[in-house]
Ligand binder design. Structure first.
Ligand SMILES: Nc1nc2c(ncn2[C@@H]2O[C@H](COP(=O)(O)OP(=O)(O)OP(=O)(O)O)[C@@H](O)[C@H]2O)c(=O)[nH]1
Ligand SMILES: [Mg+2]
Length: 294
């Protein structure tokens, strides 16, 4: 006790002081035989351990309109990042998200002529029940001239899931399971060291949300030890799909069982960022893309 002020200061016995000091240094008290200064017992922060556990290549699966549009934007940004980095750092990013095309690989251009096309290929599988978004993503990537998608890693049908989560999960899920796993396996086999999967999808539609949840379950079954991350777009609070609240809830509850981590991006917040930071006043799903190139 401080005799002058009367303000209480806790008094510690010697062994209590040592215990406190060890606690501050992060030494695990519960482990037997620890000694002060024994650095092997200092706890490693969990987040860092998780990050270094995923150093290999990443296979991205883009699902539905949103997943395909956001995925194309991701690869475009990554390819710009590669150019912006010093040469010694480029190889790491490139190897993680892109693969080299085969020497004899050719690509038919719009005019039908076969041209040698040696741009890096995104390690991606593109899935949508409507063909137009997948086709637009392929064209858009090719137009950049810096990277491209592999046209053989796409799966599209003629009609979407109509914002019906159950249709995406149960009807299309069972129907396309084999094809999806086959495409993903081909892309995974093209990696020297596969670090894990990233699924990109919205939570409000039928394909990205419903089929996306099904694909996450299927990948968890097929690759039980691989890291599986989901990048999900949370819908606007109102004014979009009438069943968006149900679709979002169903997606979240399904991904909680299968995914190792869910990164959620809210459309409301994206809207604010576009408005106040990059000054896009008439926002559409392609505004940011147009703005960056303006
Ligand atoms: N941020 C962002 N959100 C998008 C984009 N495209 C669609 N969305 C959002 O995605 C939700 C609708 O999901 P879609 O991806 O269009 O639906 P889908 O997965 O194709 O499913 P179906 O069309 O029902 O087969 C809505 O909340 C949209 O706001 C995009 O490019 N960017
Ligand atoms: Mg759609």
């Amino acid at each position: 006790m401080d005799g002058n002020t009367g303000i209480g200061r806790p008094e510690f016995k010697n062994h209590e002081r040592q215990k406190l000091a060890r606690g501050r240094r992060g030494i695990d008290e519960s482990a037997p035989g620890d000694r002060p200064g024994d650095r092997s017992r200092i706890r490693e922060p969990r987040a860092f351990r998780d990050v270094v556990a995923m150093p290999g290549s990443v296979v991205t699966v883009q699902l539905g309109q949103c997943g395909n549009q956001v995925g194309a934007e991701l690869f475009d940004t990554l390819s710009a990042e590669i150019d912006a980095h010093p040469p010694r750092d480029r190889a790491g990013i490139r190897r993680a998200f892109f693969r080299e095309p085969h020497r004899d690989e050719h690509d038919d251009d719009v005019s039908g002529a076969s041209t040698s096309y040696m741009a890096p290929v995104a390690r991606a599988v593109l899935i949508d029940m409507e063909p137009k978004v997948v086709q637009a993503s392929l064209r858009r990537a090719k137009k950049t001239g810096r990277w491209r998608y592999d046209g053989d890693r796409t799966l599209a049908f003629q009609s979407g899931s109509g914002n019906n989560w159950a249709r995406g999960y149960h009807t299309y899920g069972d129907a396309v399971r084999h094809d999806v796993l086959d495409l993903v396996a081909k892309e995974a086999e093209a990696c020297d060291h596969m670090g894990g999967f990233v699924l990109m999808q919205s939570m409000a539609g039928g394909t990205g949300a419903g089929l996306g949840a099904y694909v996450a379950d299927a990948l968890r079954d097929e690759y039980p030890t691989s890291t599986l991350m989901n990048h999900c777009v949370w819908p606007y609070e109102s004014g979009e799909v009438i069943v968006q609240a149900y679709n979002t809830l169903l997606t979240l509850s399904s991904l909680l069982d299968s995914s190792d981590g869910i990164a959620i991006v809210q459309n409301e917040e994206l809207h604010q960022v576009s408005l106040f930071f990059i000054f896009v006043w008439a926002i559409s799903m392609t505004s940011c893309f147009v703005h960056r190139r303006a």
